[in-house]
Design a protein around this ligand. Structure first.
Ligand code: 13P
Ligand code: SF4
Length: 310
């Protein structure tokens, strides 16, 4: 049996849309209907006509798709595909944190659980975080969770002084600074591009900072021929595909390896996607009341983002 052909057949037969994040492996990106960053994928999930959504990504992304499509079946091939950011912010602890700072507007990065979304006023992704924060009146104090690095980056750009939850992405927060210095020395003609989940010291060195989709776009339009890429390894697939003549070097977390993989994203495999399509399991199931409450801050974000695009 050719597993890829079977996936394509089952997908058509069951009217399934496969949404894949840029951090998925190349083989998965190539069988997906849409490959995008968190913002793009939540937009795709909000517009789909498919009966079933199969999410090749992590749990908070599949939960977001379910919240936006409560009557549809949303499948995640491995329920253990979590996220260190989402895990760092447990709803009960976050509620106590909010209660300690009454009167604040709560902005949460989409990398959080459905329950944390119910405690939030508005959601953002790395692609629209600055616009979302700028949409809030300056007189308002803001709580930002769960990524302290992204929060700190937004504070620097907007001049705000948001109160930050102390979470971080275990992939971006551990990128090896010395490896960047070494790569820059060895390739002085290369541009350093970084995801805003990276530490401030890395962002200060970067030539360009942006969400996954914006980083890929930058490598397509910028005249440089070499890029040092400070984010997860998966993005290289689309970068190489769209700019075959350019060179891309990933920044490792560890000096002894040449990649920077998110263990959660990489839990999804072609075989798990096949089994998931066949059995329609595991399925994302969420409490109705949680979905209803979590939908509001997500819809606010999608509306604001759509207005910005006009
Ligand atoms: P974006 O998809 O917003 O670039 O975020 C990256 C990420 O870490 C997803 O988990
Ligand atoms: Fe979470 Fe980081 Fe993995 Fe993204 S790369 S899913 S933020 S652990």
């Amino acid at each position: 049996m050719n597993m890829i052909n079977e996936i394509l057949r089952l997908k058509k037969e069951k009217n399934v849309v496969i949404l894949a994040h840029y951090y998925q492996t190349a083989d998965i990106q190539d069988i997906a209907d849409f490959v995008d960053d968190s913002l793009g994928l939540s937009e795709k999930a909000s517009n789909t006509k498919a009966d079933i959504i199969l999410f090749a990504g992590v749990k908070f992304m599949a939960e977001t798709a379910k919240i936006l499509n409560p009557s549809k079946k949303v499948l995640l091939p491995d329920m253990n595909a979590s996220c260190s950011l989402a895990d760092s912010c447990q709803p009960a602890d976050f509620k106590k944190f909010i209660d300690k700072h009454p009167g604040c507007v709560v902005v949460s990065y989409i990398n959080c659980s459905a329950e944390v979304k119910t405690l939030s006023d508005i959601i953002c992704t790395s692609g629209n975080a600055v616009d979302i924060v700028n949409s809030i009146p300056e007189s308002k104090q803001i709580i930002f969770a769960p990524d302290k690095n992204l929060g700190n980056y937004i504070n620097n750009i907007t001049g705000r002084n948001m109160i930050l939850w102390e979470g971080s992405c275990k992939v971006h927060d551990t990128l090896n600074l010395q490896a960047i210095v070494d790569l820059k020395m060895a390739h002085p003609d290369a541009k350093l591009i970084a995801h805003p989940e990276c530490r401030q010291i890395i962002l200060e060195m970067a030539d360009f900072i942006g969400s996954t989709a914006k980083l890929i776009q930058f490598t397509q339009t910028d005249s440089s021929k070499k890029f040092i890429v400070a984010t997860e390894t998966g993005v290289l697939h689309q970068m190489k595909k769209s700019s075959p003549g350019k060179e891309f070097m990933v920044v490792p977390a560890d000096k002894n390896c040449a990649c920077n993989d998110c263990e959660f994203m990489k839990m999804i495999t072609v075989e798990k996607i096949y089994n998931c399509l066949l059995t329609e399991q595991p399925e994302i199931l969420l409490d109705e009341a949680v979905m209803e409450k979590a939908r509001e801050p997500i819809m606010k974000m999608l509306k604001l983002s759509a207005e910005r695009k006009k």
